[in-house]
Design a protein around this ligand. Structure first.
Ligand SMILES: Cc1ncc(COP(=O)(O)O)c(C=O)c1O
Length: 371
């Protein structure tokens, strides 16, 4: 067996969710004053509102858009939007990997909406020019399981009649998002922030609020999905008065991550770190004949969930991944279960470039050791 490289990634956390904690994270740094107390106490409300305010600041979210913490992680937030707003007009759903496909399944099988579905294979982006913006449009900003993302928001019509629903969970804090083109966006803290799972974040633009206040869907809505009361938006949700009990530990952890994000220069700092990580990984790919990008077009290649092809069969790839994990140099880098076999290496801001670089020689080692 070839000699093991001398340098190990200091943090072998390259999972695409939950992702690496922010550098320097420790549970001792969490503010625990609220633990064991009511989330509706003055302190609870203050911490929730602080979390909401920090998210607004770090996303550069304009005042036109509301932002709230909801149950059920990203899935909860996105389904809440689908269930409460869809049905008023035709729907188009875009799918180029597993999560987008999941929203198609919701729209077709559960909501029975008969959407127009525009698909592409793993590694490709569908033709965004085909989207009819008189429809409500469902899409994933960054396809976490194929590493293909939309390039920007230019393809979203400024004068759209329908609403744009962006599942932005692995895109926020990594790309600049054009909020004027986004009516609904959802994400969870466990991706680019390195926060905890459990809660989703729901962002609503003014036209989404208008829809909620003017359209009553013909379907039962569980209490967890109810965003309006008496035909009016429940504004409290967007000030931190959550629908039901949140994990204040997860909230405090998100606050810690957001404060770290602020300390490194806010959104610009987060984007810069992500871009540098993706460039470091791209350098490793370029230098190795047996590695490639699943996303074919660099303009639509993710800089967060970077998906790599390996010139080997699925068994050898599995052996590589097992060896790397056993050595403690790379955790959770297998491609998603529904995606083509390969590697997926998270390059979001909480990862350090030095750790991506240190991974290179270990990939070589695993490549040879798995032969
Ligand atoms: C694009 C996308 N959508 C949805 C999800 C599901 O997120 P959650 O587990 O937070 O509900 C994920 C998780 O990886 C994702 O990457």
């Amino acid at each position: 067996m070839t000699t093991k490289p001398g340098t190990r990634p200091a943090r072998p956390h390259f999972s695409s969710g939950p992702c690496a904690k922010p550098p320097g994270w420790s549970p001792q740094k969490l503010d625990t004053r609220i633990l064991g107390r009511s989330h509706r106490s003055a302190l609870g409300k203050e911490r929730l509102a602080h979390c909401v305010d920090l998210m607004r600041e770090l996303l550069d979210l304009p005042d036109s858009h509301r932002i709230g913490i909801v149950p059920g992680s990203d899935t909860g937030a996105y389904e809440m939007a689908m269930w409460t707003m869809l049905g008023q007009r035709p729907v188009t759903a875009l799918a180029w990997e597993s999560f987008g496909e999941g929203w198609v399944t919701d729209a077709v099988k559960q909501l029975k909406l008969d959407p127009t579905v525009i698909r592409a294979d793993y590694g490709e982006l569908p033709d965004l020019g085909r989207v009819d913006w008189s429809n409500d449009v469902l899409f994933t900003w960054n396809g976490t399981t194929s590493g293909v993302r939309v390039p920007d928001g230019e393809w979203i019509a400024g004068d759209r009649e329908g609403l744009s629903f962006a599942d932005a969970t692995s895109a926020v804090f990594a790309y600049p998002l054009p909020w004027d083109r986004i009516d609904v966006a959802t994400f969870s803290w466990q991706k680019a922030l390195g926060g905890e799972g459990g809660h989703g974040v729901l962002i609503l633009g003014p036209r989404a609020v208008e829809r909620l206040e003017s359209f009553v869907p013909d379907r039962p809505l569980p209490k967890l999905f109810r965003l309006t009361s008496g035909g009016k938006l429940n504004e409290g949700i967007f000030r931190g008065e959550t629908i039901n009990t949140p994990s204040m530990l997860a909230v405090e952890d998100a606050i810690l991550a957001l404060e770290w994000a602020r300390s490194i220069g806010g959104l610009a700092g987060m984007i810069a770190r992500t871009t540098a990580n993706a460039a470091a990984l791209d350098g490793l790919v370029e230098a190795r004949e047996w590695l490639g990008h699943l996303a074919r077009d660099p303009a639509t290649r993710s800089t967060t969930s970077v998906c790599l092809t390996v010139d080997a069969d699925a068994d050898r790839i599995k052996r590589m991944i097992k060896l790397l994990e056993a050595e403690g140099v790379a955790f959770d880098i297998a491609s998603y279960r529904d995606a083509p076999p390969g590697l997926r290496i998270w390059c979001g801001a909480t990862v350090d470039s030095a750790d991506i670089e240190a991974l290179g020689p270990w990939l070589d080692w695993a490549w040879e050791a798995s032969a």
